[in-house]
Design a protein around this ligand. Structure first.
Ligand code: F6P
Length: 341
């Protein structure tokens, strides 16, 4: 069988482990040939591709990013790019696809599956907000990077008696903020799931600094916002591609805290550092498990599904059950972070 593979949306560590697993499983177990589409669905629309083999997969596991490249491009019927994708599949005799991506890429995968191509998706996103799977590729590495940053900020915060505001990624869901905040021992963790009250935060900081500490760490997800009716004026700033402008919330928060408390305050925006560099062992293992499972799924006749981690096992979940939905941080984790503040 001829299988296509692509990575779409924002990159993350662990993608190459998944590509490697797809190629090795397909070649060794089933004698398939594998075509890599460059730059996500864009490469599929434009016929920009590269053959992949075991030989091209050497030393892939520690490499961050994606050897295939990626883009935020989703084929649609309106602009004809879906037809272009289907023409490429036909011209290249591609019978099945493995699409490694977040919500946008997987939604597009479903459209291509409906047009008759066997399709298995693999969830990846440092945001960890894909429904149906406990973990997505890239999340563990992002949490490790953010936790290390918080650890490092602790010592300089304490030395200078400062409030440190650390902004992490997480547009609609605050998974990185909550997990790195708990692991790093942040005093305040702010997520999109729970709009905040600046007065409450400043009172808590003043109380802490009066009673037992001279510094504080605040972790804020880029998509966090003040609650309606509270006293902070703020509008999230977006760039042309729809991403939040890095530093939008943390700079505003830092200014408010400094003005209202008089504490010296500094802001750190982790930004794309969270998506770069070598993947953790956990992300390499997850990528490898999902890659093998995706090829096995194709050969056992499944289509229109994603690989997912549920209770330690890799299972298959229909894409139309998860497309367009968002996995948000549960109340229990938010309360754990608050209990430890
Ligand atoms: O891939 C998810 C993500 O990292 C989000 O956390 C962030 O909002 C966005 O991508 C940033 O996108 P870009 O790389 O286009 O700036």
């Amino acid at each position: 069988m001829r299988i296509g593979v692509l990575t779409g949306g924002g990159d993350c560590p662990g993608l190459n482990a998944a590509i490697r697993a797809v190629v090795k499983r397909a070649e060794l177990e089933y004698g398939d040939s594998i075509l890599g589409f460059k730059n996500g669905w864009k490469g599929a629309a434009e016929g920009d591709l590269m053959p992949l083999s075991r030989a091209t997969m050497r030393n892939m596991l520690p490499q961050g990013g994606t050897i295939l490249g990626t883009a935020r491009f989703h084929p649609s019927t309106k602009d004809g790019s879906l037809d272009q994708v289907l023409r490429t599949m036909e011209a290249e005799h591609v019978e099945a696809m493995v699409c490694i991506g977040g919500d946008g890429t997987l939604k597009a995968a479903n459209r291509v599956a409906e047009a008759g191509i066997k399709m298995v998706g693999i969830p990846k996103t440092i945001d960890n907000d894909v429904v149906g799977t406990e973990l997505s590729i890239g999340f563990d590495t992002a949490v490790s990077i953010a936790t290390e940053a918080i650890d490092r900020l602790h010592t300089t915060a304490e030395s200078h008696n400062r409030v440190m505001v650390v902004e992490v990624m997480g547009h609609h869901a605050g998974w990185i903020a909550i997990e790195s905040g708990i692991a790093g021992g942040a005093e305040v963790v702010l997520t999109p799931e729970r709009p905040f009250d600046i007065d409450e935060i400043c009172e808590a900081l003043k109380h802490r600094h009066r009673s037992h500490a001279n510094y504080s760490i605040i972790v804020v997800a880029e998509g966090a916002e003040p609650a309606e009716g509270t006293s902070m004026e703020y509008k999230t700033q977006y760039s042309v591609n729809g991403s939040i402008v890095p530093g939008s919330i943390s700079e505003a928060l830092g200014r408010e805290i400094a003005d209202r408390t008089g504490f010296e305050t500094r802001v750190t925006v982790l930004g794309h550092v969270q998506r770069g560099g070598t993947p953790t062992a956990a992300d390499r293992i997850l990528g490898s498990r999902f890659g093998v499972a995706a090829v096995d799924a194709i050969h056992s006749g499944h289509t229109g599904v994603i690989t997912a981690l549920q209770q330690e096992k890799v299972v298959l979940v229909p894409i139309d059950e998860i497309a367009g939905k968002l996995k948000t941080v549960p109340e229990e984790l938010i309360q754990t972070a608050q209990a430890l503040a």
